[in-house]
Design a protein around this ligand. Structure first.
Ligand SMILES: *Cc1c(COP(=O)(O)O)cnc(C)c1O
Length: 230
C-alpha cells in the first residue's frame, strides 16, 4: 500500500477518535491498537513509520512471525484473539504487552501455572461476551465481576488490567450501544479493583464505543482498506 494512503487512513481514524473522545471529556484518553490481521508486515512497518506504536494480532503464529520480523522496532504488541491452551508457551515467549482475550477459567488456571513456573507475569484483559452471542467467546456479563475477582485472588501472576468486549454483531445501533453499555458498567464496577482498560470498538463501531466509555479501540480494516475514494 502507498504510504500516503496509509497516512490518510490513520489521520481519518485518529480524527474520529479525537472527535469522539472530546465529546466525552478532554481528559478521556483513548489508545489506538492497529489490528494487522488483514494486512502485510510491510504495511505494519509503514504505519509504524507514521507514528503508530501499538499493534494487535488475533493468531499467535502471526503475532510470533511479525514480532520477530519487526523485532528491531519498539512496537507494543497485543494478542487480541482466542488463545488455545497448547499455545500458552508460545505466547509467553513473545512477551506481548497485553493479552486481551482471557475468556475462560481453565485457560486462566493453566496460564497462571505456566507463569508461576517461569516466574513471569502477563498483563491481561478479561473478555466479556456482552452481546451474548454464541459465536463470541468470553464470560457472560452475569459472572464477569465474580470471575474477575476470582482470578485476581487466585492467579497472582496474571495482571488483570481491565476488560475487553466485541460489540453486538448487528445493524441496529441501539443493540450495539446496549452491548457497550453493559461492558462499561462492568468495567466501572471493577475500577476500584484496579481495572483501568476498557477495550471495545472496532472499525465499524469505535466512535460509539468511545462515547460509551471505551479507552482502547482495536481498529483493522479502516486503517488498511485500500480505497482512495472512501
Ligand atoms: C479483527 C479484530 C478487530 C479489528 O476489526 P476491524 O473491524 O477490521 O477493525 C478487533 N478486535 C478483534 C478481537 C479482532 O479479531
Amino acid at each position: 500500500m502507498e504510504k500516503e494512503l496509509l497516512r490518510k487512513n490513520l489521520d481519518d481514524v485518529i480524527y474520529k477518535i479525537e472527535k469522539a473522545r472530546l465529546s466525552v471529556s478532554g481528559h478521556h484518553i483513548v489508545q489506538l491498537v492497529a489490528v494487522g490481521k488483514y494486512t502485510t508486515v510491510q504495511n505494519i512497518e509503514t504505519l509504524y513509520s507514521l507514528g503508530q506504536r501499538a499493534f494487535g494480532e488475533n493468531h499467535v503464529q502471526q503475532l510470533e512471525s511479525r514480532s520477530k520480523e519487526l523485532e528491531d522496532l519498539p512496537i507494543e504488541w497485543h494478542m487480541i484473539g482466542t488463545l488455545q491452551k497448547n499455545k500458552i508457551n508460545k505466547l509467553l515467549d513473545i512477551k506481548p504487552s497485553l493479552f486481551q482475550a482471557l475468556d475462560n477459567l481453565d485457560l486462566a488456571k493453566e496460564l497462571e501455572a505456566k507463569l508461576a513456573n517461569k516466574q513471569k507475569t502477563l498483563s491481561c484483559l478479561l473478555q466479556v461476551n456482552s452481546a451474548r452471542e454464541d459465536t463470541k467467546s468470553g464470560f457472560s456479563p452475569e459472572v464477569a465481576i465474580e470471575t474477575y475477582l476470582q482470578i485476581l485472588s487466585e492467579c497472582p501472576h496474571i495482571k488483570l488490567e481491565g476488560i475487553m468486549s466485541i460489540g453486538a454483531h448487528s445493524n441496529d445501533v441501539k443493540q450495539i450501544q446496549n452491548s457497550f453499555e453493559t461492558t462499561y458498567k462492568i468495567y466501572e464496577k471493577l475500577q476500584k479493583n484496579g481495572a483501568n482498560i476498557c477495550s471495545m470498538g472496532m472499525s465499524g463501531d469505535f466512535e460509539l464505543a468511545i462515547k460509551c466509555g471505551s479507552n482502547l479501540v482495536r481498529v483493522g480494516s479502516s486503517l488498511f482498506e485500500n480505497n482512495l475514494n472512501s
